[in-house]
Design a protein around this ligand. Structure first.
Ligand SMILES: [Zn+2]
Ligand SMILES: [Zn+2]
Length: 402
């Protein structure tokens, strides 16, 4: 290795060391890298700096001779000052980077002093080296002064800055007039209505399931719809559906409901003859409406017989004939004299009332008449019983002898 080569290497090293120094490394750090003392590094850098200044001046057009005559010290001082500033700026930038990565955002600051404190650098450094940050914080401050809410400079609707901000860029006054607010109110009202309806429905459902309520409602319905004859109608039907013979107990088990009682014909007529008993299934199948003709229904109503087995139709007819002083054959016959008609109707009534025999049977017995005649007789006498003292007495007297 010749001297020239070695010199070049040393020159190169000095150049690198100065470059490192420009980049902000301390003398100690550079010394560590090259295995030199701090003082030695300072000497080398001093020498190198002198050379660099010379080179720079040559670049500016000075001649070698001129350089011999002028005092380089002033230039070196200037250069050192530049280096100091560059180094300082780089160090600060490093610091700032560190702090920035830690989350200090100049956008959140309205004063340079506060920002510098958060950055742990002096205010002067920020002012000197980061004019853009200072500018930014200044505008920030101006914006803050102008700003009405965190995000809005003024009310979007009326432009006020004096009325307090509510939300969505609207002042309190404009907000309550806004569509947003109205819509929200509507939605909340709807939501509440639904919730309340649900609650009411649920309450009602539970209320209606309470046994005492069921009983009370049943009684009320009975009185209102059937003049209190509902239970009697069910009793008359032997506690069974007249179509499928399902019992009351079975109805409860199968449908969770009592047997239905419905009017056969006129809804105002609550007499037992006009009431039929159905299970839920038969009621819904509407067969009872198709078969509305009483003949097909009433004969199926099995009446709870009161005197069943004790008296026959004939014996009742005999007793009635005896009471009115006519022959039993006159009652059974077809003659329409008043003298025979009254005993015939009273017979029909008593047979139905006391024996619980079906109307078609009564009709057949009393002169091969059809059930409608029997029903008519029964209804007619029932009415007369309440209005006509004589008939009432007749019936009561005959009943005693039955
Ligand atoms: Zn407004
Ligand atoms: Zn049924």
């Amino acid at each position: 290795m010749n001297t020239n080569q070695k010199e070049n290497e040393l020159n190169e090293r000095s150049h690198q060391m100065l470059a490192l120094y420009y980049q902000g490394n301390s003398l100690g750090e550079i010394g560590n890298r090259y295995g030199l003392t701090r003082e030695r590094v300072r000497q080398i850098l001093e020498k190198q700096l002198r050379q660099e200044v010379k080179k720079k001046l040559l670049g500016f057009g000075f001649s070698e001779g001129e350089l011999e005559e002028i005092d380089l010290a002033a230039f070196i001082r200037l250069e050192k000052k530049t280096i100091r500033e560059i180094r300082e700026r780089k160090q600060v930038a490093k610091e700032l980077e560190k702090v920035n990565n830690g989350g200090v955002d100049p956008r959140k600051f309205y004063s340079v002093k506060k920002y510098a404190e958060a950055m742990r650098v002096s205010e002067t450094i920020i002012e000197k080296y980061f004019p853009e940050v200072v500018e930014f914080i200044k505008t920030n401050k101006e914006m803050q002064e102008k700003r009405w809410s965190r995000d809005y400079l003024r009310c979007r609707q009326c432009g006020t800055t004096s009325v307090k901000h509510h939300s969505l860029g609207l002042c309190e006054k404009c907000y309550v007039k806004s569509e947003y607010f109205k819509d929200m109110q509507r939605r909340s009202r709807m939501k509440n209505i639904e919730r309340r309806r649900e609650y009411e429905k649920e309450y009602l459902r539970r209320y209606l399931k309470r046994p005492e309520v069921i009983e009370k409602r049943r009684k009320q319905d009975d009185l209102k719809l059937f003049s209190g004859n509902r239970e009697k109608a069910i009793q008359m039907a032997d506690y069974k559906c007249i179509f499928c013979n399902i019992s009351r107990q079975e109805s409860y088990e199968k449908y969770g409901k009592d047997l239905y009682v419905r009017h056969l014909d006129n809804k105002e007529d609550n007499s037992l003859e006009n009431l039929i008993v159905l299970c839920q299934d038969c009621f819904q199948r509407k067969e009872w409406i198709e078969k509305k003709k009483p003949s097909s229904l009433i004969k199926r109503v099995s009446v709870q017989p009161i005197l069943k087995g004790k008296k026959s139709m004939s014996s009742v007819i005999n007793i009635v004939a005896n009471y009115y002083g006519v022959k039993p054959d006159d009652i059974i016959g077809k003659r329409r004299k008043h003298k025979f008609v009254v005993p015939r109707m009273v017979s029909a009534f008593l047979i139905r009332d006391q024996l619980g025999i079906s109307f078609p049977k009564i009709g057949r017995k009393l002169g091969k008449r059809d059930h409608t005649t029997a029903i008519y007789s029964y209804k007619k006498v029932s009415k007369e019983y309440n209005e006509n003292e004589k008939i009432k007495n007749d019936i009561e007297n005959i009943k005693k002898t039955l």
